[in-house]
Design a binder for this molecule. Structure first.
Ligand SMILES: Cc1cc2nc3c(=O)[nH]c(=O)nc-3n(C[C@H](O)[C@H](O)[C@H](O)COP(=O)(O)OP(=O)(O)OC[C@H]3O[C@@H](n4cnc5c(N)ncnc54)[C@H](O)[C@@H]3O)c2cc1C
Length: 392
């Protein structure tokens, strides 16, 4: 049986392992962190395209169970004046799966639990440092080396090791580095607020100096995020204390007449992560190694599609490996099917990030009222994105 070494136990890694399992390919996950992944404090939205891809391998159930719906978005200006309201693209109709909100850590946990239930092994504390292709009389192998001195051997290696991927550099030492966008995403959770927010609805606020978004979880807790300007040095883990992020974030919204500053002040602990993107990676594969998810194409968080793209990549790669005689031809087919779409998403997200960023006067561009969607809430103009489906 073909054996795949999957580097990274994040979203792409766990889903790839399950998709390969369905394709009859043995997979083992090697995750750098001892118990999970870094940056677990943020929350995210998985859209219909990501959930429907999970449905193909019957892994959508635990994600839906651990999350809550995101049905509508309303947009406010810095005076708290409502500029518009609309259904979120890809809101499910009939048996369709609509967008869902959950913590990133929860998404990792439920995907890992589901992978474990299917008998997939996850080796923690295995940080990839190198890999080489070895040709023997019995065929071609890839040997991965880890920081703890151990090694692992397989028929192919899949780099699902995120935006700062080591695998990407092994494939091409000259690969472009991810671009720091000049923004950090600061997230927080609070119950200590008088802000009245409708359930299942995202309130997006174009403040004078920064962009803010929030939603209410079913238990009443408010989950919020803000795009906070900074330097790349600020973006490093722990470089800026959480209390300082809270102070900076509250100050950005202090002059606005919106719930943003109050929500930030009411939050005990905030988490921040640098927003990076990677518009194009020229080399995705060689004879035995391939990259997917953020390792191949990272989008700024604004389009909220990085997780869904990672899930789609995983499914398409598994199908290509199932149907092609050797890894290299499977990798080529996977790239052919994926590159245009994922690069379009990265570009769309960069465009949204620019809209949310302060202009020369320090104020984000006042957005046009959100475009009208079809009366049934279908995706309309975003069909190319959330309407994408994968046939096994
Ligand atoms: C603040 C924020 C908000 C976001 N919001 C959304 C959203 O709303 N919707 C959405 O779809 N996406 C969102 N994203 C993006 C989304 O989180 C990523 O696109 C997604 O996590 C990519 O999955 P991945 O598996 O490719 O990478 P990751 O989830 O980053 O997983 C990579 C894994 O590889 C491991 N690893 C790294 N290096 C090594 C190594 N050398 N050896 C072994 N293991 C290694 C890491 O520890 C990690 O577990 C957001 C991102 C951020 C930062």
């Amino acid at each position: 049986m073909t054996k795949a070494l999957i580097i990274g136990g994040g979203i792409a890694g766990a889903v790839t392992a399950m998709a390969l399992h369905k394709a009859g390919i043995d997979a083992e996950i090697f995750e750098a962190y001892p118990t999970g992944a870094d940056d677990v404090g943020a929350f995210l939205v998985v859209f219909a395209n990501g959930l429907e891809a999970l449905r193909v391998i019957d892994a959508h159930g635990p994600v839906v169970a651990a999350s809550f719906p995101a049905q509508r978005v309303r947009v406010l200006d810095d005076h708290g004046e409502q500029l518009g309201e609309r259904p979120i693209a890809g809101t499910g109709q009939g048996t369709g799966l609509g967008p869902r909100t959950l913590r990133r850590a929860t998404l990792y946990q439920v995907l890992h639990a589901e992978a474990a239930r299917r008998g997939i092994a996850v080796r923690h504390g295995k940080r990839l440092t190198g890999a080489e292709t070895v040709h023997t009389a019995h065929g071609t192998k890839v040997v991965a080396a880890f920081a703890d001195g151990s090694r692992a051997e397989g028929d192919l290696l899949i780099g699902a090791d995120g935006v700062h991927s080591v695998t990407r550099g092994l494939l091409d030492p000259a690969a472009p580095r991810p671009r720091y966008t000049g923004r950090n995403t600061v997230c927080g959770y609070t119950r200590d607020t008088a802000a009245q927010l409708a359930p299942d609805t995202y309130t997006m606020i174009f403040g004078k100096r920064a962009f803010f978004g929030c939603t209410r979880a079913p238990d009443g807790e408010i989950w919020w995020f803000a795009n906070v300007p900074g330097t790349e040095r600020d973006a490093g883990p722990g470089a800026v204390p959480a209390a300082e992020w809270r102070r900076r974030t509250a100050a950005l919204f202090a002059d606005d007449d919106t719930p943003a500053a109050g929500l930030v002040r009411a939050t005990d602990r905030v988490v921040a992560s640098g927003a990076y993107d990677l518009a194009t990676t020229p080399t995705w594969y060689d004879d035995t190694m391939v990259i997917l998810g953020d390792a191949a194409h990272a989008a700024a968080p604004n389009a909220a599609q990085g997780a869904s793209m990672a899930i789609e990549d995983a499914l398409v790669l598994a199908i290509c490996l199932r149907d092609r005689p050797d890894p290299r031809s499977a990798f080529a087919a996977y790239e052919e099917l994926r590159r245009e779409r994922v690069e379009k998403v990265v570009a769309a997200s960069a465009g949204m990030a620019a809209l949310a960023a302060p202009g020369p006067g320090g104020r984000p561009a006042r957005p046009a009222p959100p475009e009208r969607r079809t009366a049934d809430g279908s995706a309309g103009a975003d069909d190319w994105l959330t309407g994408y489906r994968i046939a096994w």
